[in-house]
Write a protein that binds this ligand. Structure first.
Ligand code: KG4
Ligand code: ZN
Length: 332
């Protein structure tokens, strides 16, 4: 089965083609960074308008790169949620019309599930595993026991990890989007130079909290010491506080659940320090850590096409009532 995947949940318009036997045939992402960087963050209305402009050329490119036309495509998968509702609706309405006019089945993918299974584009992972999804909107831990069995173990009580990185970068004057900028500059800094707080929460809790850390950085930057210090050291110390909690809590949860495999997913899992620490700490604890390639960590449609291929193959097509949703469907 060959599936066209479409993703427009936030500020990237993406399309990809995945084939059951040949794997990923194309993966095209159009970034809107230049549009939003002027404002220091994603402006939802502008994002929707950019999606309208890009959706057709991006899909045409993905089909052309995959050497595929209407007759080669067996199904269409599209991100239905969660995300920015205006952005989601552009991709969803287009996908629905395309599937209807081509007479192909449609699958409405959950963006979080698509991230969680993105590792399967490169590696087969044995079930069950724990998935840490760290992105601009989510910091969540899941137990994944099969393609249809994803259960939520915990999530952030306030800011997501990516949001914490982006807000810290703004405070440090590193521009937008901030995660990759902190990652880069922190490589020149000392992660042990400043002791920012780590919110471990109650023992055994799989929840996260990053708002206190962000406040602590803001307060520190207003002190004479904070004003004088090297931004590289501050970025590295801030990043270390985030990474300590992400890695520590994930490995604790894996041990509690008796699951010796962990998968990382989402934009923040592109972070160099997080990738290194997860691998090192995991091997010390006897837990295998799986990391998607960096380009598959951030938003893409390859993961949507793959999830669509699995679900459509299992006979789980969506009906014409499929609609977009803004909030996560996962809760305890
Ligand atoms: O998964 P994603 O592309 O979109 C969402 O679904 O949110 O994640 C975007 C987030 C942003 O907050 C961005 O700053 C962060 O991922 N990010 C990073 C890195 N690359 C992207 N955070 C830390 N280090 C990175 N290298
Ligand atoms: Zn995402």
């Amino acid at each position: 089965m060959r599936v066209l995947g479409i993703e427009s949940s936030c500020d990237d318009t993406a399309a990809a083609v995945y084939d059951s036997s040949s794997g990923l045939l194309s993966n095209v992402v159009s970034s809107q960074v230049p549009v939003h960087s002027l404002y220091g963050g994603v402006v939802p209305e502008l994002a929707s308008r950019e999606h309208i402009r890009s959706v057709v050329p991006i899909i045409e490119r993905a089909l052309a790169e995959a050497g595929s036309g209407r007759k080669d495509i067996d199904g269409v998968a599209v991100t239905a949620g969660p995300g920015l509702i205006g952005s989601l609706l552009v991709g969803l309405c287009f996908a629905k019309s395309l599937a209807y006019s081509w007479g192909k089945p449609l699958y409405g993918a959950d963006h979080l599930e698509a991230h969680i299974f993105s590792i399967f584009l490169e590696t087969e992972v044995e079930f069950p595993f724990l998935a840490l999804l760290v992105s601009g909107g989510h910091t969540s831990l899941f137990r994944v026991s099969g393609w249809e069995e994803v259960s939520f173990l915990g999530g952030t009580l306030d800011d997501a990890a990516g949001e914490a990185f982006d807000k810290a970068a703004k405070l440090l004057g590193l521009g937008y989007p901030g995660g990759a900028a902190i990652d880069r500059i922190a490589q020149e800094g000392d992660p042990g130079r400043f002791a920012f707080p780590r919110a471990w929460l109650a023992p055994g809790s799989a929840d996260f909290s990053f708002s206190g850390l962000k406040t602590s950085l803001r307060v520190f930057l207003s002190t004479p010491e904070g004003k004088e210090r090297r931004v590289e050291d501050i970025a590295a110390s801030f990043q270390e506080a985030v990474v300590d909690v992400l890695v520590g809590k994930t490995l604790q949860a894996a041990k509690r659940e008796g699951v010796p495999r962990v998968v990382l997913a989402g934009g923040v899992s592109a972070n160099t320090r997080l990738r290194r620490r997860a691998g090192e700490d995991g091997s010390r604890e006897g837990i295998a850590v799986y990391l998607p390639s960096r380009s598959l960590c951030t938003d893409n449609a390859a993961m949507v096409a793959l999830l669509g291929e699995r679900r459509l193959s299992a006979g789980r097509a969506s009906g014409p009532e499929l609609n977009a949703y803004a909030a996560s469907r996962f809760s305890r």
